[in-house]
Design a protein around this ligand. Structure first.
Ligand code: UT7
Length: 322
């Protein structure tokens, strides 16, 4: 069966860096609280002159360059984002134009919250299996700084903005996924802005911000990671020891450390970037993948597992033979 190999990776962080101490200037918080409870030290946020399009484009260009792939060779662009710069056209449409992709290059925006990037890989894999594509760009570009409540210390300190991309090529590598949707929005959601349609009373007012019950999501996350990875490894007759690298969604260092313990693995198999970026929703796994790839971590044949969880409540794990 044809799946894909990762031929190139790229990422881009906005230039502006906000440290924990910067936040403590206008919030009742501290570097000590944020670091101990989450592992986060700083995050990047979009500022004037930057957009989801600009960081997404840069991440894609870097992935294309590493793969030595001309934009005209790309058959499909999957863009993972909670919300593009515009509601319409979609970010994938805008990125396609900005990158100079072919006019018949099919584009999709996929909103699966923090699971988005891995769900994007899953979508791409279906097209590779159908034999209809040879090269696919999957990019995550997220601006959590536009969705957090900057007056709420329990919320805005956790997130940041980032983009990460991969160029996938058709190949016979082993690739598999395990997905689960617990269907609940109570503990994690972003409402949409109200409208002024005279035929309904739909009006959330100025509430287009993240609502999260951190403790409930934490409990869901530690269980979901173990469930997804165990199920995926069982399906592929693999043991946790056989996996070379685990790339987990970067939401809280304590969640990552609990997974290390549960699988009884060496912490070096679970690299993290949460210190530098905070939680950048679907971009965390894409960014982490690029950083590790550029550091020369992956060798052909390596067994890599990615796993994310988030709004939905959805969770997904991917097994990719490098
Ligand atoms: O990608 C989406 C998925 N999201 C996640 O995975 C998030 C999962 N949840 C978490 O990571 C953690 O629950 C948080 C980091 C969000 C919160 O950590 P916690 O250890 O669960 O803290 P808490 O919510 O129980 O709050 C403990 C205390 C509270 O004060 P009291 O009631 O004990 O007096 C909070 O008001 O910490 C207080 N607090 C803060 N203090 C200083 C909450 N936020 C802050 C803050 N600075 N930024």
């Amino acid at each position: 069966m044809t799946h894909f190999r990762i031929a190139g990776t790229g990422s881009c962080l906005p230039e502006k860096i906000i440290t924990n101490n910067d936040l403590s200037e206008f919030l009742d918080t501290s570097d000590e609280w944020i670091k101990t409870r989450t592992g986060i030290e700083r995050r990047h946020v979009l500022s004037d002159g930057e957009s989801l399009l600009s960081i997404g484009k840069e991440a894609c260009l870097r992935a294309l360059k590493m793969a030595d792939c001309d934009p005209a060779e790309v058959d499909m662009l999957i863009c993972c984002t909670l919300m593009g710069d515009f509601i319409s056209p979609s970010l994938s449409c805008m990125l396609s134009g900005a990158l100079g992709l072919r006019q018949d290059c099919f584009t999709i925006d996929q909103n699966m919250g923090c699971c988005g990037f891995i769900c994007g890989l899953r979508t791409a894999d279906a097209f590779f299996m159908s034999g209809s594509v040879k090269k696919v760009l999957v990019v995550s570009s997220e601006a959590m700084s536009r969705l957090v409540d900057w007056t709420d210390r329990s919320n805005c300190v956790l997130f940041g903005d980032a983009a990460g991309a991969v160029l996938l090529e058709a190949a016979d590598n082993a690739v598999d996924f395990d997905f689960n949707l617990a269907e609940s929005h109570e503990h994690l959601h972003v409402k949409r802005a109200g409208d002024n349609c005279p035929y309904n009373s739909y009006n959330y007012g100025n509430e287009q911000i993240i609502h999260m019950n951190g403790q409930e999501v934490y409990k869901f996350a530690v269980i979901a990671i173990v469930d997804r990875i165990k199920s995926l490894l069982n399906k592929n007759n693999l043991s946790p020891d056989e996996i070379d690298t685990y790339l987990l969604h970067q939401a809280n260092l304590r969640i990552i450390n609990s997974s290390i313990q549960k699988f009884g693995q060496n912490p070096s198999k679970f690299p993290h970037t949460i210190e530098e970026t905070g939680n950048t929703s679907s971009s965390t796994c894409a960014y982490l993948l690029d950083i590790q790839n550029r550091a020369g971590r992956f060798r052909r044949g390596d067994k890599v597992v990615l796993c994310a969880f988030g709004a939905g409540l959805a969770s997904i794990a991917a097994y990719i033979e490098w």
